[in-house]
Design a protein around this ligand. Structure first.
Ligand code: MRU
Length: 372
């Protein structure tokens, strides 16, 4: 996608030296657009843990490139296993991370050690390219949801989204935002309600920034405003991303997604989940029981960061000093509340039969490969 007319991906290899890995430091957005140059596997792991880079598909791709950086130092069998395990443990919920490490390991273990680094870069590039293509396809398969409403109502289409599932969260295009970008490119009159997404404000900071760069009309709302807006017919459609979908269609996504799904269900608002096949965990069937939910630092709840009048970034405490805080980072929306999934192969209901019909080769794989 473009920033002020220049095309970028969210992760790329330095074209001059062919090995350093570049990402945007998403902890600096929207105040500054800074490019981080990752040169070691530890820097890649830190970038994922600290959420300098984030979003389920993107952390899979960055971890794949992080493994390349590690193999540059030691490409032995033992190092490959240890490095993949280390990167895979950086964040627990997004299955794309574990999927990417499993794919890299499966591929590289059969490559002679002398050829491993080049093979790793090629495989990481394939993961990145495939993600960009999948997201573009999700956009094509999802855009009809928006154009249908526009055609039916003849009015502006109001879409609510949570967190950031745009191009900053993937290699390109985004998942939930891809249909929105495509509708906007087709000239559809649309407007996006952007949940601020406390505690880390991915909506207010990242989704709003992305949409603004592309000229998509949007309004940032407090996380608790969605239900009220739905009751007053101000939301035609909800589209969110996901970090892990079970074989039965339960959806893990950023904390607060479940409450939006409940409100959408109560108000008859369609609730769609944009889901590349790399985000489906075919090994599990009960999302609430089986999906590991990341617990992040309480300081993400107790403190907020933003610029002061003079532009310097300040971190302030917004919770009494003697109050405890808890920070579960994701929740699970049961399949019964999901209108459907938008995948790279088309739209389907959130249930095993429908998902397996779109991805028969994945649904029937021997259940291996992904450890949480
Ligand atoms: O903690 P984050 O910011 O990595 O969480 C991101 C989300 O919850 C996204 O909705 C999800 O990863 C889908 S990204 C296309």
């Amino acid at each position: 996608m473009k920033i002020d007319g220049t095309y970028y991906r969210s992760v790329w290899v330095d074209p001059a030296d062919g090995w350093q890995v570049h990402i945007f430091d998403q902890t600096k957005l929207p105040w500054a657009l800074e490019i981080l140059k990752l040169t070691t596997i530890d820097q890649a792991a830190h970038a994922i843990r600290s959420m300098q880079t984030r979003g389920a598909p993107l952390i899979g791709a960055v971890a794949a490139y992080g493994l390349c950086l590690g193999l540059r130092v030691d490409a032995s069998d033992q190092a490959l296993a240890a490095q993949a395990a280390m990167l895979g443990a950086t964040r627990p919920t997004a299955v794309n991370l574990h999927w990417a490490m499993a794919r890299m390991t499966r591929h590289l273990q059969h490559v002679p050690q002398a050829d491993r680094i080049a093979a790793a870069y090629a495989q990481a590039a394939a993961i990145a390219d495939e993600d960009a293509a999948q997201c573009e396809a999700i956009g094509r398969h999802g855009v009809g949801l928006i154009t249908d409403i526009a055609a039916r109502t003849g009015k502006q289409v109001n879409i609510l989204t949570h967190c950031n599932a745009g191009w900053l969260a993937t290699v390109d295009w985004g998942t939930a935002l891809a249909p929105i970008y495509m509708a906007e490119m087709q000239g559809v009159d649309l407007h996006v309600w952007v949940d601020e997404t406390r505690p880390r404000n991915q909506g207010a900071a990242l989704t709003a920034w992305e949409l603004g760069r592309h000229g998509v009309p949007h309004t940032v709302i407090a996380d608790n405003a969605g239900g009220h807006l739905m009751q007053h017919n101000a939301v035609d459609l909800v589209i969110v991303g996901t970090d892990r979908v079970t074989r039965t269609g339960d959806v893990a996504n950023k904390i607060g997604t479940y409450l939006k799904a409940l409100a959408a269900h109560d108000n008859g608002v369609p609730f769609w989940v944009a889901c590349p096949s790399t985000t489906v965990d075919w090994t599990i069937s009960d999302g609430v029981r089986d999906i590991p939910i990341e617990e992040r630092a309480a300081t993400e709840v107790t403190h907020m960061t933003g610029p002061t009048e003079d532009g310097t970034l300040a971190r302030i405490r917004v919770v009494p000093a003697d109050s405890a805080a808890a920070n579960p980072a994701f929740d699970v929306t049961p399949a019964r509340l999901v209108t459907g999934l938008i995948t790279e192969r088309g739209r389907c209901s959130a249930n095993h039969a429908a998902m397996a019909a779109l991805f028969p080769e994945l649904a029937t794989l021997p259940q291996m490969a992904i450890s949480s």
